[in-house]
Design a protein around this ligand. Structure first.
Ligand code: FE
Length: 350
């Protein structure tokens, strides 16, 4: 047993706790709690770059969007979250509507991120910002489908494509956003007619994710489908023999090039409603809009930077070529998802 005198112990304990408290105080100043639904290798470089630049350490909680959502709601006012990163306007809007974000006034973000990629009420400052963009493309089987028959989102609902169309669930955020954009530009009645046509054209009921759709088109089970561009790019970059074989059987289309342009979505970020480190949170979002961070952020998931002047060297994306993008404000896409879901319910689009 130790014969250490009690007096000396308490002095030592005091000294230790003083160190601990000092440590905690500075940590409190220099820390950022990040809740992220993104998890890519290159995101590591993003975080270390921020810490190097600012001295602010990042505590990361990574989970999928739904888990983050539930966690933030459960934590409520005592949530330690400072910055929230989510993918898809539908989800970002839902978080905004649930009051999980706060307005952000930042001259830098306002200038760097194009206005159509700001979500929320601009009058009070944006509630969230798109930080990278992805496109929803049409993927077709080169043997069973002629590209000219599936060149627009609208054409997928045409009777000539009966029993050829596959999609993931209509209620998935990627679909709700696409349909929300359609409601914005064509109105609810036309969108409902489209959704009805899609249901009539199904080769099978909706199931699986975007990559599953691409594989089902390659196997011939489906003739045509919709997928986010980065899933296609990922398959193009894959070195697996079965993926290479699948990609030989499919082609893709930038939809609606003669009309409204290809549907664009975002992965984006916001400052949490009760952020304990609000200044650090804004600093982090501003950092994500910097040239270097934009490059990492976009390239990590085969996406495009939100800041238009930033160029990323990504051979898979470059091989897909240039296209005309739809110009619908991302906030409107989010807001329209309730209308979109009601339309899906009415026509039985599961
Ligand atoms: Fe995805």
């Amino acid at each position: 047993m130790s014969s250490f005198p009690a007096k000396r112990i308490s002095a030592a304990v005091l000294a230790l706790s003083a160190i601990a408290i000092t440590g905690a105080a500075s940590a409190q100043e220099n820390v950022l709690n990040l809740y992220s639904a993104r998890h890519y290798q290159t995101d590591e470089q993003l975080y270390t770059g921020f810490t190097r630049q600012t001295g602010i350490r990042i505590n990361r909680i990574e989970a999928d969007d739904n888990a983050l959502f539930e966690r933030l709601k459960t934590e409520g006012k005592s949530s330690p979250a400072d910055v929230i990163l989510m993918v898809d306007a539908a989800r970002l809007w839902r978080a905004e509507a649930e009051g999980l974000f706060q307005p952000v006034q930042s001259k830098l973000l306002k200038e760097r991120i194009p206005a159509n990629l700001h979500g929320g009420d601009e009058g009070r400052g944006a509630q969230w910002f798109g930080l990278s963009t992805r496109a929803r493309i049409i993927v077709y089987n080169k043997v069973s489908v002629k590209p000219e028959d599936v060149s627009t989102y609208e054409s997928l609902a045409d009777p000539k494509n009966r029993k050829k169309v596959c999609t993931r669930s209509g209620s998935h955020p990627y679909m709700l956003s696409l349909i929300g954009a359609m409601v914005h530009r064509s109105g609810e009645a036309a969108t409902e007619k489209w959704a009805q046509g899609m249901v009539s054209n199904f080769a099978r009921p909706p199931r699986g994710g975007d990559t599953d759709q691409i594989k089902s088109v390659a196997s011939g089970e489906c003739g045509v489908t919709l997928a986010n561009s980065y899933y296609y790019a990922r398959m193009l970059r894959s070195t697996k023999a079965e993926d290479r074989e699948a990609m030989n059987k499919v082609g893709f289309i930038w939809p609606n090039q003669q009309t409204s342009g290809t549907h664009i979505n975002v992965s984006g970020g916001a400052v949490a409603r009760n952020a304990p480190h609000r200044d650090a949170a804004i600093k982090f979002l501003e950092y994500l809009a910097s040239d270097q961070a934009q490059g990492y952020f976009a390239d990590g998931n085969n996406e495009w930077p939100a800041v238009p002047t930033v160029v990323v060297k990504n051979p898979a994306i470059e091989s897909m070529g240039k296209f005309k993008a739809e110009n619908v404000p991302i906030g409107a896409i989010g807001r329209n998802q309730i209308a979109a879901q009601k339309i899906l319910d009415r026509v039985g689009y599961k």
